[in-house]
Design a protein around this ligand. Structure first.
Ligand SMILES: Nc1ncnc2c1ncn2[C@@H]1O[C@H](COP(=O)(O)OP(=O)(O)OP(=O)(O)O)[C@@H](O)[C@H]1O
Length: 339
């Protein structure tokens, strides 16, 4: 990577005997939106704290804009705007008063601080609420105000820990769109942690999948999918009018087609996987065989499948250790469903 803004080299953190972050190597380039994706307890927050110089790594180092975070935490704080998963304000003050206060703390001159704060509130979509007390703000509005607080420092990098937690789906969409626009308009480098697969997919250029303190995979969604589903990256699902009678014969015929590597028949639904886009040939095949085709669907792999696949692989690797498997399962599915 030409100009990494965030660099982690062998970053490791132990809490007593617990390895919360395990030998993390990762670089994030200028202007990227990177999603740190993983279940609760995966080590995302610990990684962020090390990036901010708020907790000392047990081994390895984190650099932001070339500055070692644990050795020089104050210069790092000037470069980075950090929004924790829960943001707090003075409830009795209005949004403008809260933000003006933060602006003053960050050295913005008295003559301009109110204007800067007002513009920033417009920027994050709180223009209509500047005189409202933050005590009556919804969670989504608080997150926007939190973002304004981060931006008023004019950082080069922003780090958001679970920024969409507890916001309703429309609020989440709007908030992520705001992040995307900020990234586009200001070229900000953004690192956000999340365990919401779809949300991350929507906004991030690249993601890292984090489980049990380890980075299992990183890349853009297409690369991750291609690596994982190398054998058969294209899947087409054909639905016919009546359930297939001789499934064995159909499977055999389809497998003889070039590029088809896997066939599964489930009643009237046939799923065919292959190394290239096989859809036109498959449709011709079904029509040629006299099937009444009622539906054809091309499947593409999203983060859900990718995450699931990595998770399953990880479980397989850990089957010898039931306790660890159980732990993964609890932390992934159990907690993931809760939110
Ligand atoms: N200060 C601490 N002392 C001891 N253990 C800790 C401490 N902070 C975190 N841990 C443990 O380290 C592991 C990683 O936690 P971390 O908070 O980094 O995960 P996470 O991916 O951010 O999850 P969450 O979304 O729940 O915050 C967990 O097992 C957690 O219990």
């Amino acid at each position: 990577m030409e100009h990494p803004i965030i660099e982690m080299n062998g970053l490791t953190k132990y809490y007593g005997s617990l390895k919360a972050v395990d030998n993390l190597h990762l670089s994030i380039g200028k202007g990227e939106i990177f999603g740190l994706l993983g279940p609760n307890g995966a080590g995302k927050s610990t990684t962020i704290l090390m990036l901010l110089g708020l907790t000392e790594p047990s081994a390895g180092e984190a650099r932001i804009c070339g500055i070692n975070a644990s050795r020089n935490p104050i210069p790092v704080k000037r470069k980075v705007g950090y929004m924790p998963d829960s943001v707090g304000f003075y409830n009795e003050l209005t949004a403008l008063e809260n933000l003006t206060y933060i602006g003053r703390l960050n050295g913005i001159p008295e003559t301009t601080v109110a204007d800067v704060a007002r513009n920033m509130l417009e920027e994050v979509g709180l223009g209509a609420a500047i005189h409202k007390k933050t005590g009556v703000f919804s969670r989504g509005m608080k997150q926007r105000l939190g973002l304004a607080e981060v931006l008023i420092k004019q950082p080069e990098v922003i780090i958001l820990d679970e920024p969409t937690l507890g916001i309703d789906p429309t609020g989440v969409r709007d908030f992520l769109e705001l992040i995307r626009q900020l990234n586009e308009r200001q070229g900000l480098t953004i690192l956000l942690s999340s365990h919401h697969l779809h949300q991350v997919q929507q906004v991030c250029n690249r993601v890292g999948i984090f489980v049990g303190g380890r980075l299992l995979a990183e890349g853009n969604i297409e690369t991750l999918a291609a690596n994982l589903f190398q054998a058969a990256p294209y899947v087409v699902q054909v639905t016919v009018k009546t359930p297939v009678g001789d499934t064995g014969a159909l499977e055999k015929d389809l497998l003889q087609m070039q590029a088809v590597s896997k066939v599964t028949v489930d009643g009237a639904v046939v799923e065919i996987s292959g190394q290239e886009d096989i859809t036109p040939g498959i449709v011709r095949f079904f029509v040629g065989k006299g099937f009444d085709v009622t539906g054809v669907q091309q499947k593409s792999y999203g983060l859900d499948e990718i995450y699931q696949q990595y998770f399953e692989n990880n479980l397989k690797e850990n089957t010898s250790n039931e306790k660890s498997g159980g732990l993964f399962q609890r932390s992934f599915f159990g907690r993931f469903k809760k939110r």
